[in-house]
Design a protein around this ligand. Sequence first.
Ligand code: ASP
Ligand code: CP
Length: 308
Amino acid sequence: MTALYHILGAKQFNRTELEELFESASRLENRELWNTDPRFQGKIMTTLFFEASTRTRLSFESAMSRLGGKVIGTENAAQFSSTIKGETLEDTIRIVSGYSDLIVLRHTDIGAAERAAKVADVPIINAGDGAGEHPTQALLDLYSIRKECGRIEGLTIAMIGDLAYGRTVHSLSYMLANYPDIRLLFVSPENVRIPSYVKHFLDEKGVSYRETEDFDEALQTADVLYQTRIQKERFPSVEEYRKAEGRYIINRDILGKMRQDAIILHPLPRAGEIAVEVDDDPRAAYFRQAQNGLYIRMALVEKCLAAK
Ligand code: ASP
Ligand code: CP
């Protein structure tokens, strides 16, 4: 058997793999190709979600269905799987490996996908592991940047909001390190700054970055404003959450200060940090970004199953 192709973290991707994946996603945007590939017939994907999700779970399920495969799973694995009876993640994964060809896992614990991959007989896709990583989100973020801006290299990307608990920011920072001349601006309240382990990685890779609390600097210089939600559910106390919430809100005033050629991305869901009045501005790219998740996930399912 060839090695399983797991998707566990953003650091596993090099530039060639990223470009190949983007080519596949772009090809799979063509509806005429959906449900035509016999390789997916009879294939089953399991979605095991121990945390809430709208986009990630449903776009993976849609991706598999549109490729012609089938989907099983549980949207609330913490309560509706035998985890509630005390079954370990490892045992759950061993069992589900026997029922399907691919497992998409979202879990509360950092490192859960790696643990799953150690015991799985089928590929594991990390759909978010606590405050750790969300590599498939980073893939669709990069794909969106490439589509919206025409390139990734040479861009200034401002990541705004909860950079400590926001796993999408960690994965996106790692993945951007594959591209030359990237400048990162980390704009956050003091208590949710970008973790030092992310900064060490960027230092090793020679990526230029700066931390600031100054929103105006980001508005004037960034090609991409990557806004994020303050991850309320991950704070140790309500007091800590209150210190971070409500600081950086993109509204009509902010649109007026932004560059005309910049775009706004957000992994979503939003919780007040982008006003609804922003949605009709052509620079608001977050709904197009979420749609790109379908194409990227079709490409990922194809790659994982082809490598099996
Ligand atoms: N949906 C993304 C995640 O699961 C971002 C968020 O929840 O704020 O990480
Ligand atoms: N962006 C994202 O992961 O969304 P969900 O949490 O709704 O899956």
